[in-house]
Design a binder for this molecule. Structure first.
Ligand code: GDP
Ligand code: IMO
Ligand code: MG
Length: 428
């Protein structure tokens, strides 16, 4: 298969970074298409831990093309910081590209993100405060500034100053805080522009040419499908489309060019930020998962909310993404339990339902119906093949597979590259 979409099939942090890095070895081009530095993708190689926020998780393979597509929102300072970190580790960044259509995050976006959250009070979303939502708001409003405009010295000032004037009005009149200095922001961004320029191009051409010449293209999702602004648990979502369709609009890949969709799921469920979460465990079991899985955010350091595997939610994300395979992550974390639960339905107002509700009011009232299975209570972190796994771990995998009716092609038993069990090759 020349093109594979890899998406998070829960609420993010499923282990996409590990899998992208693993598959990048066989790929020619790796592409991000949505979100920004709200993402935090961890890749462990040997003793080194790499965390990517904006850069695709294929960058450790410096000879491969790593693309930040048109649908991504870019904080230039964050981008340059990541480039600097890579270079300090001796990794060449010459094959990284940014699409000229990608929108730019400015300090007023970040400030408004923080102030809007404060204003929401108890109904706050729990954003990463990176300015993601406010930047996408400008894009949809058709006032946002694109990377291509930022690197055009003549045009940039004309585009930036009216934006700062408008945002300063909002900051001063609505939020009663001081606005930004136009000249100083212009200076900072001209400086970023001069450093970023060499990476900027029309990336849709590179991706298209790779696809038509049968090269292997890995499309890297950020966040998770349940955080999709349309199909997720709105309004407790992000502001982009972390679903397979997001690659059509966010990277210029046409729908007929997507061959395979790999959904990345944890063997349990986590969520950062607010919003309904039917299988959440606000008890000792949840605390044990958090401790064993080290479930603390890569971007914000927040403790992740933890719960059992939610089959209803993943069946839904499998449907909306057209998932052709699953990568089941962090199975090793469940090795501590005598009994493990899998949610196979919800009880809603006395009835059993199998569809993930569109309304969060309804979702918040859903109670999980569990199938309880026996744990395996064995260290599986050195297991290399499916056959070698304890019988109860195999059973657990098969129950999920049969429930979802999708093959579990990869099983991950630890954060390292070597802790990956391949049941079916992804790029043949
Ligand atoms: P992403 O946002 O989907 O890339 O996921 P994150 O990197 O935010 O969070 C996943 C965490 O789980 C990272 O710390 C990974 O190193 C770690 N991880 C990935 N796969 C496994 C696994 O199979 N077992 C364990 N124990 N940790 C894993
Ligand atoms: P990766 O790619 C988990 C969540 C935030 C918040 C909501 C909106 O590492 O899986 P935003 O800053 O995007 O406006 O926040 O979305 N969120 C994530 N949760 N993993 C992520 O990315 C996330 N990116 C955003 O916690 O609830
Ligand atoms: Mg993450």
């Amino acid at each position: 298969m020349p093109s594979v979409v890899v998406i998070g099939a829960q609420w993010g942090d499923e282990g996409k970074g590990k899998i992208i890095d693993f598959l990048a070895k066989k790929a020619d081009v790796i592409v991000r298409a949505q979100g920004g530095n709200n993402a935090g993708h961890t890749v462990i190689v040997g003793e080194n831990k790499h965390t990517f926020h904006l850069l695709p998780s294929g960058v450790l393979y410096e000879e491969k093309m790593n693309i930040i597509g048109n649908g991504v929102v870019i904080d230039p300072q964050a981008f340059l910081d990541e480039i600097k970190t890579l270079e300090s580790r001796g990794i060449n960044t010459a094959n990284i590209r940014i699409d000229e259509r990608a929108h730019v995050i400015f300090p007023y976006h970040k400030k408004i993100d923080v102030l809007a959250e404060e204003e929401r009070g108890e109904t706050k979303i729990g954003t990463t405060k990176k300015g993601i939502g406010p930047c996408y708001m400008d894009k949809v409003e058709r006032t946002g500034i694109r990377v291509g405009e930022m690197i055009d010295k003549e045009l940039f000032k004309q585009r930036l100053f009216p934006q700062i004037d408008r945002k300063n009005k909002i900051l001063e009149k609505i939020y009663n805080v001081e606005g930004f200095c136009k000249e100083s922001m212009l200076r900072d961004y001209e400086q970023y522009a001069s450093q970023i320029k060499e990476y900027v191009t029309d990336t849709t051409i590179i991706v298209h040419e790779a696809l038509v010449s049968n090269k292997r293209v890995l499309l890297e999702g950020a966040q998770g499908a349940l955080l999709d602004v349309d199909l997720g648990t709105y309004p407790y979502v992000t502001s982009s489309h972390p679903t397979s369709g997001g690659f059509c609009v966010g990277a210029g890949v046409n729908p007929l060019q997507i061959d395979d969709v790999l959904g990345v799921v944890k063997a349990y469920t986590t969520r950062v930020g607010f919003g309904p979460f039917p299988t959440e465990l606000i008890n000792e079991t949840g605390d044990r998962i958090r401790k064993e899985g080290n479930e603390f955010g890569t971007t914000t350091g927040r403790a992740r909310r933890c719960g059992w595997f939610d089959g209803v939610a993943v069946k839904y994300t499998a449907r909306i993404n057209g998932m052709t395979g699953i990568s089941l992550m962090l199975l090793d974390v469940l090795s501590i339990f005598d009994k493990i639960n899998i949610c196979t339905g919800y009880e809603y107002e006395g009835k059993t339902i199998h569809n993930f509700p569109a309304s969060i009011k309804e979702l918040a009232k859903c109670r999980p119906i569990y199938k309880e299975v026996d744990g395996w209570k064995e260290d599986i972190t050195s297991v290399k093949t499916f056959e070698e796994l304890p019988d109860n771990a195999k059973k657990y995998i098969k129950i999920i597979e049969e429930y979802l009716k999708i093959p579990i092609k990869i099983v991950s038993v630890g954060p390292k590259r070597s802790q990956t069990i391949i049941r079916e090759e992804i790029f043949e």
